[in-house]
Write a protein that binds this ligand. Structure first.
Ligand SMILES: CCCCCCC/C=C/C(=O)SCCNC(=O)CCNC(=O)[C@H](O)C(C)(C)COP(=O)(O)OP(=O)(O)OC[C@H]1O[C@@H](n2cnc3c(N)ncnc32)[C@H](O)[C@@H]1OP(=O)(O)O
Ligand SMILES: Cc1cc2nc3c(=O)[nH]c(=O)nc-3n(C[C@H](O)[C@H](O)[C@H](O)COP(=O)(O)OP(=O)(O)OC[C@H]3O[C@@H](n4cnc5c(N)ncnc54)[C@H](O)[C@@H]3O)c2cc1C
Length: 615
């Protein structure tokens, strides 16, 4: 018999003014997609061996990893077996697009995540047809496990500064991979330490002493039978982190390690047997895997944020605290307008990021199709937009997940709430796949170029077209959606123009263009992300905003129920559908090994002699 649902949550669900299932269907992309997703979740989550007897947080670093590998194998097989052969690839993708199924199994991500998130996309995007055929067969069957090894101990952002060398030897038709310094060691790649046996390595190619830029190489680094590191390979785990502690991030050093010529992924650039180098049509095509992952990250943020606000809103409907009016009893904390302010923006932002992710994915698919036909025209715009949206969504999600955590008081600080772990996952995305400031400056670079083109009368791409609408600064705008959008476009224009004016001022003062750029970079980042509105309108908007909070309040629980996350996926004592938070907090607390005995051995070993002055 299922446990009794908390009365306050029952009341909230009765108050809801819209059809929750309809919103769930919309988010999934239709009723059939919802059904497919639920069916997949039913199948996979009923698999034995997927869940932890002892909560992960009570395991050692090593035990956590070993347990995660155990689960990764079970989970991967369960996902494969759950695949519906009658579904198209697109239907399968839709069924997992919103599902955070893996989150039910891995609180801190899977040791297989890089294989699926980057190793396979790198092969698809960087290998020529023959290479793709061979490596995709092995990788998709998990005959090999791979990762993406680009970052080094000494370089992450500045890819052109990577030190790992790949020197072509025409006599043996091999590349010699080498880490000339400690800072050249690959450092960070997930699964690298003990899980994977292959990786795509980004290395500096040299032929006859001449630099041919950063190129991708597929490299085996562990024996497929014994899993021993191959000769000339130094491997290890980089240590405990804020999160991602079961992703097995590692380091790898090469000592004159030889690989055959056909291990350079040659879709874009090629090296012929005699060492002739055939350049890529655009050297930045090598960076294509990063653009893809930045696009994927936007959708990931929407889902993780939805998970966090689901936990916090349900808890806020159950938790009663303080006194809003004398003798009126303790109110639900969700009735405090400050609590609504903290949480409802998270609900809205998750929906905004979901819609943005869909738009960006369509743009990515179009540009990628164009690239296949040799049309690179829209690659710069895709790069700029992907940088901006990855940076903005990861920054905002980190802020809003942390706000969800702190809005749950002390219980939000418990690992059993799962809010700290969700924060650990999303805040990492502010750094990986391009640190956010660096990416915002990439967008700013495109904005400045676009404004210069607009000022010389050239047509701009759709996403930059607001820079050619030199809207009058006396623009009157109202509180309509159209009015607000017009206001934001006006402000965004002003930010870019101001940054550009600042750079020109520095150049006139005698600074070189690079120093002028650096001096204006705070404004440039603001121009890429920041929009603010003038004082007079804030009051008007503020009234509208507070009025809106009141309208959302009766629907808050319905809105998070519509995200349709199962309890196993929320993995939270505070966010379960039934709202039995106190019973769950106690159940989880009692799983602590420290509760196995009333008196811990440290009393007899240390405390007692200490308190009796014998230590
Ligand atoms: C969701 C799944 C879970 C994932 C788990 C975590 C996995 C994490 C993996 C990683 O972190 S992999 C490593 C990621 N590393 C990075 O993202 C590095 C970031 N750095 C860069 O992207 C580049 O170095 C830079 C910041 C773009 C600077 O490079 P560079 O100095 O060479 O370029 P610029 O001189 O600034 O620009 C030159 C020119 O090139 C254009 N451009 C740059 N990057 C791209 C690109 N990716 N695609 C297309 N075009 C690009 C840039 O716009 C400039 O164009 P112009 O203005 O000169 O026309
Ligand atoms: C959880 C996690 C997983 C990761 N997984 C992988 C992986 O699987 N494979 C992989 O290859 N890498 C991986 N990375 C590495 C990641 O890509 C790098 O950390 C990232 O690119 C930043 O590089 P860095 O750490 O060397 O910082 P740096 O590049 O040294 O930057 C440090 C700081 O300097 C400032 N800065 C740097 N350059 C500029 C600039 N041009 N303008 C202004 N400010 C600047 C920024 O404030 C930046 O935060 C992972 C990282 C994390 C945190």
């Amino acid at each position: 018999m299922s446990a009794k649902v908390n009365d306050d949550l029952l009341t909230e669900r009765r108050k809801c003014e819209f059809n929750v299932e309809e919103l769930t269907n919309y988010l999934d992309g239709g009723a059939q997609a919802t059904q497919n997703r639920r069916k997949l979740e039913d199948k996979v989550l009923s698999t034995k061996g997927l869940f932890d007897e002892v909560p992960e947080e009570y395991l050692s670093h090593k035990e956590k990893y070993e347990n995660a590998v155990r689960k990764a194998v079970v989970y991967y097989k369960a996902m494969k077996e759950a695949e519906d052969p009658n579904q198209t690839e697109q239907e399968r993708a839709n069924a997992t697009y919103r599902s955070l199924l893996h989150a039910a199994v891995f609180k801190d991500n899977s040791p297989f995540s890089l294989h699926l998130a980057m190793f396979i996309p790198a092969i698809l995007g960087q290998a020529d047809e023959e290479q793709k055929k061979y490596w995709m067969k092995r990788a998709s069957k998990m005959e090999i496990i791979g990762t993406y090894a680009q970052t080094e101990l000494g370089h992450g952002t500045f890819i052109r500064g990577l030190e790992t060398t790949a020197t072509y030897d025409p006599k043996t038709e091999e590349f010699v991979l080498h880490s000339p310094t400690l800072t050249a060691y690959k450092w960070w790649p997930g699964s690298l330490a003990h899980t994977a046996n292959y990786c795509v390595v980004m290395a500096h190619l040299y032929i006859n002493g001449k630099s041919c830029g950063i190129q991708p190489f597929i490299v085996q680094f562990r024996d497929e039978e014994t899993h021993q590191p191959l000769p000339g390979i130094k491997l290890g785990e980089i240590g405990a982190k804020l999160g991602f502690n079961t992703v097995n991030n590692g380091f790898l050093g090469f000592d004159q390690h030889r690989i055959p010529r056909n291990r350079m992924l040659m879709k874009n650039a090629q090296v012929l047997k005699d060492g002739t180098f055939k350049r890529s049509p655009n050297s930045k095509l090598t960076y294509g895997t990063m653009v893809y992952v930045r696009v994927v990250i936007v959708n990931g943020m929407a889902n993780q944020l939805a998970r966090a606000v689901t936990i916090a809103v349900r808890y806020s409907a159950v938790r009663r605290q303080s006194e809003l009016k004398p003798d009126a009893g303790e109110p639900q904390i969700l009735d405090y307008v400050t609590q609504q302010h903290k949480l409802f923006i998270g609900i809205a932002s998750s929906h905004a990021f979901t819609l943005t992710a869909k738009w960006l994915t369509r743009m990515y698919q179009k540009v990628t199709a164009d690239l296949e036909k040799g049309n690179l025209d829209e690659l710069p715009e895709l790069h700029a937009i992907a940088c901006c949206l990855k940076a903005v969504t990861t920054t905002d999600t980190s802020v809003l997940v942390e706000r969800s955590r702190t809005s749950c008081g002390g219980h939000g600080y418990m690992l059993s709430s799962n809010l700290p772990q969700i924060y650990g996952l999303v805040t990492a995305a502010c750094t990986y796949e391009g640190e956010n400031t660096v990416l915002m400056l990439q967008t700013a670079r495109s904005l400045v170029k676009a404004l210069e083109q607009a000022q010389s009368g050239k047509r701009l791409s759709p996403t930059m077209s607001y820079l050619s609408e030199k809207v009058s600064s006396r623009l009157k705008w109202d509180n309509s959606i159209d009015g607000i959008v017009k206001g934001f476009r006006r402000v965004a224009y002003g930010k870019v123009e101001s940054a550009m004016r600042s750079m020109r001022k520095y150049v006139r003062s005698g600074l070189g263009p690079e120093d002028a750029w650096n001096m204006s970079s705070v404004q440039l980042v603001a121009a890429s992300e920041y929009t603010s509105i003038s004082e007079a309108d804030i009051r008007q908007l503020q009234d509208t905003y507070e009025d809106l909070l009141g309208k959302i309040r009766p629907n808050a629980v319905g809105l998070v129920d519509a995200f349709d996350f199962r309890d196993q996926i929320l993995n939270s004592t505070l966010g379960a559908y039934d709202g039995r938070v106190y019973e769950r907090l106690m159940e989880e607390a009692l799983k602590s090994p420290l509760n196995a005995e009333p008196v811990n051995q440290s009393f007899h070993k240390y405390l007692k002699p200490f308190m009796q002055g014998k230590l």
